[in-house]
Design a binder for this molecule. Sequence first.
Ligand code: ADP
Ligand code: MG
Length: 587
Amino acid sequence: MIGRHRALALFLVAVALAPLVLPAFYVTLLNYIGLATLVALGLVLLTGVAGVVSFGQQAFVGLAAYATAALTVPMGLSPWLGLVAGLALTAAFALVLGAITLRLSGHYLSISTIAWGIALYYLFGNLPELGQYSGIDNLPPVAVAGFALESGRESYYLIWLVTAAALLAARNLLDSRTGRAIRALRFRGVMAESFGVDTAALKLLVFLYAALLAGLSGWLYAHFLRFVSPHAFGVNAGIDYLFMAVIGGASQVWGALIGASVLTVLKEWLKDLLPALFQKSGNYEIVVFGVLMTLLLHRTRDGLAPAFARLLPAGSTRARPPDAPALPRRTQPARGQPLLQLRGVQKRFGGLLAVNDMAFAMNSGEILGLIGPNGAGKSTLFNLVTGVLAADAGEIRFLGEPIERATQREIARRGIARTFQHVNLVSTMSVIENVAIGTHLRGAKGSLAAMLHADRDEERLLLAEAARQLDRVGLGEHLYEPAGSLPLGQQRIVEIARALCADPVLLLMDEPAAGLRYGEKQALAALLRKLRDEGMSILLVEHDMEFVMGLVDRLVVMDFGEKLAEGLPAEIQANPAVLEAYLGGIE
Ligand code: ADP
Ligand code: MG
């Protein structure tokens, strides 16, 4: 069996030799595949990973293609200036469009992508300066170091160099601090914000990248074909690109390459085959295409990439990240300092007063238990303290400063980290990657550094920290398992490790012991005590009485959104009102 590296080397040799041995027709086909791969790659990031469905990528391809055509043909400027202008125009357009449409939720965004696609198609087709529907021809070839890339064979090398670099950069990006945050965008936005990720800005960034990749493709296309017309940038092209991303495997970088190849070849093939079959000409391929797509997606939700991956030799199993110096830590407040104070806190959901006039205070270094029957408002209170929800009234102070108006990100930065009652992990990501999200605010490297692999030093620190925290909670054996494959109880512990990675002052845990076995609960209690001994302050929502009573310093009891009692565990245990409400009168 050959190794992955050798397989890759063989593949690269084949790519380099292809235009020398293949007939021109196939070289052209390969060029189209490379161009489509770029656009599909943007969609893998945008749609597959970040969850934003766009039918309008062809508009960005067209913008850059027309920009370079309009500059190089009538004005005689260099294609390289056309590239700069094309990308600048694409970026400006994407930023404005993204700022407006990314706010729209769900289907509205996708519909708006169709709308802008159609609008640009007609704009290209109607402007006399752009040649209307007959387009612009006679574009100059791109010249590299004085050598003009006139033929398809020559363009091939430029197209595939750019495509390969884009694939590599995208892979590096996803495997980084920013990449982990991007991968959390789709289903775990609230969680990402709670660790300091600016999800709105990140979505816009991914949207921008996707647009720039499409723009790059448009520029290459225009100078390879030496001709632009609106027809290549119609809505159907946008749908094709989306198909490519989905068929290939929308959440995998290589899926873009696979999807673009399969679709481009299939289309070419059906275009010849079908008219011969039906003895008539017509766009039958679109119909056959639709059916094939449906069947394929029915069979495999993840696209073709996983099937292709199985054909490859197995990669080596990943070793533990090498140990690295600890990240700098924040100064913890002295034990016994006022830490968190709530006064008159209220939250209403329509007619339901979920939290009403809640007040309590906790000092640093203590474990405060928050208990109460289901629906008492405990999780809502957590969401108020962490900024997921805004309180309707009342005051929340953390380390003496008001935080009731602060965003999740600001609160995270001040040192509050949390776990969620409903486990909030990215299930397809490995355990260590999930936990590393907790270190987000302790790193600074952005997407550009990630793409160029210039973030490796910092990355080593962040991953070593994640591994250390996983060791600390006893999950050091599971670093590279997909988080979703662990039993639910262990997933909760993963959440604790992630919160610890934020180096918090105050740890909020929403039912961490739910789903744990007896022994695991003992271990968790021991861990929490150890954390407290190290100076950590913990606010804990828990159902399991036995677990809480032996662990916490004080208890606050909630019922129907209000505070029912507050005191030492022994006092609470003897409080008749608590027994009545919480235990339903059970002895
Ligand atoms: P607990 O965590 O104590 O079990 P919650 O804080 O989850 O309770 O819920 C308190 C009450 O608020 C419940 O009646 C719940 O149905 C309601 N509630 C919680 N979140 C929302 C929401 N986003 N919209 C409407 N009602 C909600
Ligand atoms: Mg709850």
